[in-house]
Design a protein around this ligand. Structure first.
Ligand SMILES: CC(C)(COP(=O)(O)OP(=O)(O)OC[C@H]1O[C@@H](n2cnc3c(N)ncnc32)[C@H](O)[C@@H]1OP(=O)(O)O)[C@@H](O)C(=O)NCCC(=O)NCCS
Length: 360
């Protein structure tokens, strides 16, 4: 229904229009705003263990009615690309900035600055298309800047209903053009059955060449040195490098080192996700010399076998890759996606925060 007809048929709407709209940073917890974000972020608004340290919440009210909410995560210099793990785990993975950015910092070097992530931006249905989303986003940018952040980022699923609305809004507010941030493939753990019928020779071939896997948590000192050496010589992309938090959070039976004749040449790390029975394999790596030769697929088939045995064949397996890893994306699109998988691309955008950009 168009808004004028809506106003005529519902006098209450006209009344709502007269309410003064205000924006303020919320003192948490504040459960009044829970319906204005996604379920996974609601604990931020209701649970006392979270506070300003973890999240910045900017609320919009019409009179005393909450009508909009922007949530921003805590500052970081490096954050995992994968999502969603539990909120607490998400925090543990983030690397906090060493010191706050100077006031006059131009934020041209995104990588080293204090970033914040816009976790959610929401305007109540009844109040959309009046410029309020824009006002709220600008207020959130200002708050992030005043708190020392020099870059705000956002990530969203390609399946988000309001993708078009969000992207136009970001463009309006001077954000960078969206880019593919990551891609996630999901399907039942027993996908390996069909895959092995399609590629009956793959696993025997790999085994003949010394392919084997061992539990990630049973690495030796020698293995750790091998990993360090790979990192030092630049053979491991930053986002695929093992982090300490993997050891803490991985599912021990579903995270493993990939070996060739005993030598550690790769890894696949699986973690359980909030609320869903399944495992997210967020980091899968093999040495460049072994790429495009079936080694990573071999590792993925192992995850299918093990997860089916451990958790059940119908539980879900997710495989996630960064957007700028074309080889892995091709592998997902062209090879693995045929085995009853759905693909969810995640998009991302960002905005440098400084006196000039904040005016746009
Ligand atoms: C995205 C959202 C916050 C936009 O809020 P809004 O108050 O309607 O946005 P505004 O009225 O300020 O719109 C600003 C600009 O964004 C664009 N825009 C907003 N909604 C749009 C839509 N449905 N289709 C196309 N463009 C849209 C337009 O360019 C608009 O400017 P214009 O009205 O001058 O053409 C709102 O749709 C929403 O809450 N969606 C649900 C939650 C969500 O998906 N959030 C994103 C994930 S975090």
């Amino acid at each position: 229904m168009n808004r004028n007809r809506e106003r005529q048929s519902n006098p209450l709407i006209g009344l709502l229009d007269t309410l003064p709209v205000t924006i303020q940073t919320l003192a948490l917890p504040d459960p009044r705003f829970t319906s204005l974000t996604f379920p996974r972020f609601r604990p931020y608004l209701t649970e006392p263990k979270y506070g300003e340290r973890d999240v910045k919440a900017v609320g919009m009210m019409a009179g005393s009615i909450p009508i909009g909410l922007a949530l921003m995560g805590r500052p970081f210099t490096q954050t995992p690309f994968f999502d969603p793990i539990t909120l607490e785990r998400y925090h543990q993975y983030q690397q906090p900035p060493a010191s706050p950015a100077p006031e006059d910092d131009a934020a041209d070097d995104h990588a080293k600055r204090d970033h914040r992530r816009l976790l959610s931006l929401f305007i109540h249905k009844q109040w959309r298309r009046r410029g309020l989303g824009r006002d709220l986003l600008k207020a959130a940018e200002q708050v992030a800047f005043e708190q020392g952040s020099r870059c705000l980022t956002v990530q969203y699923s390609g399946k988000t209903k309001q993708k078009q609305a969000l992207e136009s809004l970001l463009e309006h507010c001077g954000w960078e053009a969206p880019q593919l941030h990551s891609q996630r493939l999901s399907g039942p753990a027993n996908w390996y059955l069909k895959a092995e019928q399609t590629w009956p020779k793959l696993m025997p071939f790999l085994r003949r060449h010394g392919f084997e896997t061992t539990p990630w948590l049973e690495r030796t000192a020698e293995d750790n040195s091998a990993i360090e050496a790979l990192v030092v010589i630049g053979e491991v992309e930053t986002l695929l490098a093992p982090r300490q938090a993997f050891d803490q959070h991985c599912v021990p039976d579903l995270s493993f080192a990939i070996r060739r004749r005993g030598e550690l040449v790769g890894w696949i790390i699986g973690e359980e996700i909030d609320q869903v029975e399944g495992v997210l394999y967020h980091t899968g790596y093999v040495k460049p010399a072994l790429r495009n030769r079936g080694w990573l697929i071999g590792g993925m088939l192992e995850t299918g076998h093990r997860q089916s045995a451990l958790m059940g064949p119908e539980t879900t397996s997710w495989y996630e890759t960064v957007g700028d890893n074309p080889a892995m994306r091709r592998l997902m699109d062209e090879r693995v996606s045929t085995f009853a998988f759905s693909i969810d691309p995640r998009w991302g955008s960002r905005k440098a925060l400084n006196a000039t950009t904040l005016r746009s």
